[in-house]
Design a protein around this ligand. Structure first.
Ligand code: NAD
Length: 293
């Protein structure tokens, strides 16, 4: 099976390398030449989007958001123009589920199958090949391509029809953002009340309040290290998609709206490229103290 992989950023690059390690025949494309060169050095071929469309049985994308996925697949020179009927597209980007359904409908007219398969786990799990995939689409298409996704992840779950993967991812992103905000609020309180945040972390991480988010993000807050990871600007994109989807289905999202406000504030302060643990800096601005030193 020939696989085309478009989008070699923080996540896409290690994911593509894991497909190579698993022995897949891989052709890559990105706007950034250095990223493409790195994959070629690891054993991939480089090609234009047109060539990927013409030659690959499976095309995968890992790009920022719906506009990029739509442009790459359905734009004037979009990959779908060159793909054969019977081929498949898997989008692993986190995008609005409504957009996933629109793209799948346009591809179905050309006889191209689609799965939406966003991931959770971040860069460390992308490197280890232990991402969690949440997938939407037809069961038979899912079963056919599950081994490809399993080369990059340790959990691959079909959540429903097309769009269900990204709906699940929106739920995930709400929980992550609100959890980081809760940690920022709680550790700021502890520091202001005179208790060492490191000791608070040690004391509570094994209890009910503990979480994967707390384990990953609170040490970053304590160190004052906000290197991404997952960028504030990408989380703004995810919460926008959640709010848009919420409006479409009538779901109440008051907490999501509040944390989105924090994220916009951080973006305005020039922190859009910070890791999302930088929500702690919103509290630092309000309180005048840092959780770390
Ligand atoms: P990134 O910005 O590091 O990478 C995106 C890549 O897409 C870049 O290399 C960019 O050059 C490329 N790209 C954009 N438009 C393109 C085009 N038209 N043609 C070819 N290449 C193009 O982003 P990332 O952190 O790798 O995230 C990618 C997706 O994965 C996003 O939807 C994000 O929300 C999601 N995600 C990220 C993380 C994380 O921790 N970083 C975790 C889970 C999910």
């Amino acid at each position: 099976m020939k696989i085309g992989f478009i989008g070699l950023g923080i996540m896409g690059k290690p994911m593509a390398k894991n497909l190579l390690k698993a022995g897949y025949d891989l052709t890559v494309n990105d706007l950034v030449k250095e990223a493409v060169d790195e994959l070629v050095a690891a054993g991939a071929k480089a090609a234009s989007k047109e060539e990927i469309g013409r030659t690959c049985d499976l095309v995968m994308t890992m790009v920022p958001n719906s506009p990029q996925v739509k442009e790459i697949m359905l734009g004037e020179h979009g990959v779908a123009n060159y793909m054969r009927p019977g081929t498949t597209f898997i989008d692993m980007s986190s995008i609005n589920p409504i957009a996933s359904r629109e793209i799948a409908a346009a591809l179905a007219e050309k006889g191209i199958e689609m799965l939406d398969a966003p991931v959770s786990g971040g860069e460390p799990k992308a490197i280890d090949g232990t991402l969690s995939f949440m997938v939407g689409g037809k069961k038979e298409v899912f079963e056919k391509f599950k081994p490809v996704l399993s080369a990059m992840g340790s959990s691959v779950v079909l959540c429903g029809d097309i769009g269900a993967g990204n709906t699940t991812k929106l739920a995930n992103q709400i929980i992550v953002a609100l959890n980081i905000a809760a940690c920022s609020e709680a550790f700021t309180l502890a520091k202001m009340a005179g208790v060492d945040p490191q000791l608070v972390f040690q004391a509570i991480r094994g209890g009910l309040a503990g979480s994967t988010v707390m384990d990953a993000k609170v040490p970053m807050m304590i160190e004052g290290n906000f290197k991404p990871g997952f960028k504030i600007d990408l989380h703004i994109k995810d919460l926008n998609n959640a709010l848009e989807c919420g409006h479409a289905v009538g779901a109440p999202l008051p907490l999501t709206s509040i944390v989105q406000d924090f994220l916009y504030n951080l973006h305005k302060d020039g922190r859009g490229q910070d890791d999302h643990s930088s929500i702690a800096n919103y509290y630092a601005k309000l309180s005048g103290i840092n959780i770390g030193k």
